[in-house]
Design a binder for this molecule. Structure first.
Ligand code: ZN
Length: 480
């Protein structure tokens, strides 16, 4: 597409995100919330199977986690929040009740916002609302067969659906917003947030309009994306597709679409229903909830959220780009945060390890590590005191990661300590000068290369453990 045509249009993007909450049991019964390993239709009971005459019992923990997420989304809870559940009526084989229990006009989370850095600026995306609901079951369509299979293990697992304002304008903003939600739910500890297992799924709404137009264009909703790349690509693809339609005088159909990852294309699934077609009405089997502000506040204590971490990292001189490497690793961010709290002066050293070798080691050997914030600080202190070269500090941390030990003792045993005793090194340097009179004479006659030879001989005499800057200084002092 020619840039001058593309530039005539503005893209408007909103995202709905389903987050599976990290409760033990499902939303309305005591079945396990995690049925990844279970055979189809074994993690079910009469309630989540939708038997007539059964009654749902609301999971208190799901309500608490939803409130915690609300705080992370910057929702200001009122003095008393009135929230209730509603029935969304539709027929589909993955929902045997014939309706979904969700929240319509009184959600558990109201207006908030999410902020994240992007290309040197801060992007703020409004949150319209977030509500609690039970998930549907799973349908599979066996290849070449004329039937479909229904698995209700996933039915009624607790979800929060986070609805954004249509505030995003570029594929990068859509991707950045989704990534920040991923960060937030992990920092807040409200979800396992495993994208592969669908713990977070994104529906992306895209429409285009001529720049300056007040009315929104007709939007499409591409459903069930579970990667940030797919979100970015979906926005790119829909933008192009819709602009071509409008340029040709055709109209964009309001519809639900899917994403074909192999073809890198969206495809039409069904025409979009309007809300009134669902005949929402208050769920008669669950009483409304009244939540006092203090109760919501009690769920919303965070040592730090991604935004706080970014501020701390900037304060110790970490660039925004480097900071994001650690921000994207909540477990390592926690280690850094604790180490920084104990000993702020080693914050950069600890960051360099965690955002570098540690991430690589986690990929290769798994997340188990014996490195505590205290040990990281101890090694940092040894490096700062000149007892460890940076190479040896890394080697020592690698050893300590696998087996807990006293850092100084292990460094001595493994011969990693750097000789920084000035008196000892001075003796060695003087001996080297006595042993190499020609090099000394050459240096004094102006041959700079002779200096390197003397440093080399001194390092050799210390078996490579001498502190190089100190040896340089001692030699310079004595050579005059
Ligand atoms: Zn159940």
């Amino acid at each position: 597409m020619k840039p001058e045509i593309r530039d005539k249009y503005e893209v408007v993007i909103g995202i709905e995100c389903h987050v599976q909450l990290a409760t033990k049991s499902k939303l309305f019964c005591s079945c396990d919330n995690d049925s990844r390993e279970a055979e189809p239709n074994t993690n079910v009971c009469e309630v989540c199977f939708g038997m007539p005459g059964t009654l749902p019992v609301l999971n208190k923990r799901a309500v608490e986690l939803a409130m915690r997420l609300g705080k992370a989304l910057n929702y200001e809870y009122p003095e008393k929040l009135h929230t209730k559940f509603d029935r969304k009526n539709y027929f589909y084989p993955d929902s045997p009740k014939g309706y979904q229990i969700t929240q319509f006009d009184e959600p558990i989370v109201g207006e908030g916002f999410v902020e994240f850095p992007l290309e040197g600026r801060t992007v703020r995306i409004g949150i319209t609302r977030a509500h609690l609901e039970g998930d549907a079951g799973k349908l599979t369509h066996p290849e070449g067969k004329d039937y479909s299979l229904v698995d209700l293990n996933r039915a009624e697992t607790p979800l929060v659906e986070i609805v954004s304002e249509p505030d995003m304008r570029t594929p990068a903003e859509a991707k950045g917003y989704a990534q920040e939600l991923y960060n937030l739910v992990r920092y807040a500890g409200v979800s396992q947030a495993n994208l592969y297992y669908g713990n977070m799924r994104f529906d992306v709404n895209v429409s285009v309009r001529l720049k300056g137009a007040k009315e929104l264009g007709t939007r499409t909703e591409t459903k069930n994306l579970n990667s940030f790349k797919a979100i970015e690509r979906t926005v790119e693809y829909e933008t192009r597709r819709q602009i071509v339609l409008v340029e040709h005088g055709d109209r964009v159909r309001q519809e639900t679409r899917g994403w074909n990852d192999a073809k890198q294309q969206t495809y039409p699934m069904r025409s979009k229903e309007d809300a009134d077609e669902y005949r929402y009405f208050p769920e008669p089997d669950l009483p409304p909830l009244v939540i006092p502000r203090a109760m919501a506040a009690a769920q919303g204590h965070f040592d730090f959220l991604p935004a706080d971490l970014r501020v701390l990292l900037a304060k110790v001189g970490i660039s925004p780009r480097d900071a994001e490497v650690l921000v994207g690793e909540p477990e390592l961010a926690r280690v850094w945060y604790e180490a920084h709290k104990l000993e702020p002066k080693h914050a950069r050293f600890v960051f360099t390890w965690l955002a570098g070798p540690e991430i690589k080691l986690r990929e290769d050997h798994g997340p188990e590590s014996q490195l505590t914030p205290r040990i990281l600080n101890q090694v940092a202190a040894m490096a700062a005191a000149g007892q460890l070269s940076s190479t040896n500090a890394k080697e020592l941390l690698g050893l300590l990661r696998a087996h807990a030990a006293d850092p100084s003792k292990l460094a001595s045993e493994r011969g990693l300590m750097q000789e920084s005793n000035e008196g000892e090194l001075a003796k060695i340097v003087e001996q080297v000068m006595a042993d190499h009179p020609q090099a000394v004479a050459d240096y004094r006659a102006g041959n700079q290369r002779a200096f390197g030879a003397l440093v080399g001989a001194s390092m050799k005499a210390t078996k490579g453990k001498g502190n190089p800057p100190l040896i340089n200084q001692l030699l310079k002092d004595r050579l005059g």
